[in-house]
Design a protein around this ligand. Structure first.
Ligand code: GLN
Length: 242
């Protein structure tokens, strides 16, 4: 299943975060080391980041494998950001193959990426509520869009980032469950839920990287236990049970 990452810390280039490491997200798209479901992640990719003085993130997505996009490779060294969410996709059978189904999904100041598979799409759709159901990114033909919609329904009501993501996960657990590992950001913080797919963190003096799998052999990579919620904010990395 897909691989994704989020960074929060000192500004780093997209090239540094996504392309350069020995087992980068780009490498993981054709040779993941720890993938439990599926073998490659070639059904599109996306990168989102926040820029100063603009609440909405910038998002770049394509339906093609990340290594085939020479334009992304060319711009990636020139773009640096303090907060980034990126994903390479292995499409769940029966979902849309186009760019619109590739993470990260966005609305307002939020970006979301889902790694896994929802047990019951119909149940999730029923819980969206009118405001989230109107968001274009919740209407695409992929299960992840509904998870995104449930989280947005909470965030639009004022629920904080990690709490909203956890609440959306609980909504889905009550209706079919599934593999519901997610990463989300709002420009200020990064949050994640680990449920059924792995997640790792690398905390250094420069910031915190959260990723589906370690992108190098640094001994500081730490696996987040299943059924946990994580938050990265000004005070660093916080973990608590789902
Ligand atoms: N179900 C999502 C999709 O089809 C995520 C798939 C994954 O994690 N591989 O895009």
């Amino acid at each position: 299943m897909c691989r994704h990452l989020a960074w929060r810390g000192e500004p780093r280039s997209l090239h540094d975060l996504v392309l350069a490491p020995p087992h980068s997200l780009e490498t993981q798209s054709w040779a993941p080391r720890r993938q439990r479901h599926g073998t490659v992640n070639v059904d599109g990719f996306g990168v989102g980041w926040w820029v100063p003085d603009r609440p909405e993130p910038v998002r770049y997505r394509r339906a093609q494998p990340i290594w085939t996009d020479a334009s992304f490779a060319s711009l990636a060294p020139t773009v640096s950001a303090a907060s980034v969410v990126a994903a390479v996709r292995s499409a769940t059978p029966g979902t849309a193959p186009d760019e619109g189904a590739a993470a990260p999904f966005t609305h307002g100041r939020w970006l979301v990426s889902h790694n896994g598979r929802l047990g019951d799409w119909a149940a999730a759709r029923a819980g969206l509520g009118p405001r989230a159901a109107d968001v274009p990114d919740t209407r695409t033909g992929v299960d992840s869009a509904l998870l995104v919609g449930l989280a947005l329904a909470r965030w639009l009501d004022g629920t904080p980032l990690a709490e909203g993501l956890a609440a959306a996960t609980h909504d889905l657990l009550a209706h079919g469950g599934g593999r519901l590992t997610t990463l989300a950001g709002d420009g200020a913080s990064i949050a994640g839920v680990v449920r059924g797919e792995p997640m790792w963190t690398l905390a250094t003096g420069a910031g915190v990287l959260v990723a589906s799998e370690p992108h190098d052999d640094d001994h500081r990579w730490t696996e987040v236990p299943d059924d946990h919620v994580l938050l990265v904010d000004d005070d660093g990395l916080h973990l608590h049970p789902l």
